[in-house]
Design a binder for this molecule. Sequence first.
Ligand SMILES: Cc1ncc(COP(=O)(O)O)c(C=O)c1O
Length: 292
Amino acid sequence: MDLSYIINELGEDRSSYFNAVAPPIIQASNFSFDTVEAFGKAFEDEMGGYLYSRGLNPTVDILRKKLAALDGAEDCLVFNNGAAAIFAGVLANVKAGDHLVSVAKPYTWAQKMFDVILPRFGVTTTYVDGTTLQSWQEATRSNTTFFYLESPNSWNFVLQPIKEVAAFARSRGITTLIDNSYCTPLYQNVMKMGVDLAMQTATKYIGGHSDTLGGVLSGSHAQMKKIFDSEYLNVGSGIQPFNAWLLLRGLRTMPIRLKRVFESTEKVLNGLRNHPAVESFIFPFDKKLSAV
Ligand SMILES: Cc1ncc(COP(=O)(O)O)c(C=O)c1O
């Protein structure tokens, strides 16, 4: 699907709101029904329509459609921040007695979840260097159900062989989640690489104006429904309509902003490349690393 179409048109039903180019903020907690029967039916499947904005909301839905399309995923849920997206994606897919393998030094609040919260419920984590498939394979146990990737890692920019790790995980029935915040789907389509759940903090590149937080989790309809019916509704960690609207606005300019970030980064790197005080640098798009 064309990128410009996704960010400027997909999901927007302009004729239903006076042909406004900027989508409306549907700042409503709840929605009305013509009959008691229809109201009762809406409770049976909150993902099937608008009932209460802790579940679905029309402004948020426009954003969901665009972000799912950017990821090339069947569906997507948008959270109040990136940490909440990680929390829901992991929690929905582990149970007491499970073992999880994570890349070493993941984002702070992912690591806190693995080290502090999950052990309270009998879920253990092994951290791996993650740069080789072998490191993931060697850490896998009979009770391993989840792989957590972050490539490039946002602390040290080290890469993981995403396709190979995802294929191995799939062959063992292990669910994979990757924090794709650094590259975004514009520069790295992790769904095509076989990952089950693609996560991003929308607070950074999607928002782009330092005025809202947000978190994205994309995957299959089945995964999104499972997470929506449980963690999303239960914790109430979905994004609010106004913040979703800010992200819709941010999305419009995301490709040109990222292009500028890329160009600026190249300039900084060219300055560092031959600087006597620099021993080495890791840049994910460096040609020497592009085979990884
Ligand atoms: C790589 C990465 N993942 C996740 C997050 C969490 O996102 P948020 O701050 O929107 O909760 C951050 C935030 O800095 C991040 O850098």
